[in-house]
Design a binder for this molecule. Structure first.
Ligand code: GDP
Length: 210
């Protein structure tokens, strides 16, 4: 069984156009348009968890790859440095989202689609949308693609701290209806205040434990 998030630390990233190597543990894929707050959320998830200042950065070339992060149990720290991975985070930058040159976009989508469609370790897809925006056609297309590929999915609304108390419910309703989500979604998260991070960990661990 998976250990609690407090025992997770960010290990590293794999940057390659090839299919990433298997870590032999369940993986969670993160998707969303650029600037949605993905790096901030990933850092929040990991830093909160490990209590360390781990940085999920913007690696040059990362837009054209599937980036796989391994999370190690904290107890393996201080050993050989090659601790046992217990969870993987896959960052799929740009999947389904335009803005890249046609050529790059195609290779990104190919890699991401291959990953999403065939990755046995994949336990959950997390689609990030901005709390303050009406979902785009791209968001709907990504969600439909995940559904078609049979990927379990949860939608999170990022930057929730930017909404005031009166704005929250209408904004969540607009996202829920725009994407056809069930009650309870999207989950509100903030990389700044940490809202929703604990709940998201629960969802991640539940998905990975089945
Ligand atoms: P990415 O491109 O999806 O990885 O987005 P980043 O995490 O780099 O965030 C894009 C911008 O939004 C940066 O200026 C962040 O400081 C800001 N941002 C990200 N998450 C939050 C959040 O939860 N709250 C607020 N207020 N700003 C955020």
């Amino acid at each position: 069984p998976l250990t609690a998030p407090s025992e997770l630390v960010l290990f590293g990233s794999y940057l390659s156009k090839q299919f990433p190597p298997s870590l032999g543990v369940p993986e969670v894929a993160f998707l969303g348009r650029s600037n949605v707050g993905k790096s901030s959320l990933l850092n929040r998830l990991v830093n909160k968890a490990g209590g360390e200042t781990a940085r999920v950065g913007k690696t040059p070339g990362a837009t054209a790859s599937v980036n796989l992060y391994a999370l190690l149990s904290a107890s393996s720290k201080g050993g050989s440095g090659e601790g046992k991975p217990i969870l993987g985070f896959a960052d799929l930058p740009g999947f389904g989202y335009a803005k890249l040159s046609k050529e790059i976009k195609e290779s990104v989508e190919e890699a991401a689609e291959r990953y999403l469609g065939r990755r046995r370790e994949l336990a959950l897809g997390i689609l990030l949308v901005d709390s303050r925006r009406v979902p785009s056609a791209d968001d709907r297309a990504v969600l439909a693609a995940l559904f078609d590929m049979g990927v379990p999915i949860v939608v999170v609304a990022t930057k929730s701290d930017k909404l005031n108390a009166n704005e929250i419910e209408p904004a969540m309703k607009s996202i829920r209806e725009g994407l056809g989500l069930p009650d309870g979604q999207p989950l509100r998260v903030s990389g700044v205040t940490g809202e929703g991070v604990r709940e998201l960990w629960r969802i991640i661990l539940d998905a990975c434990e089945t």
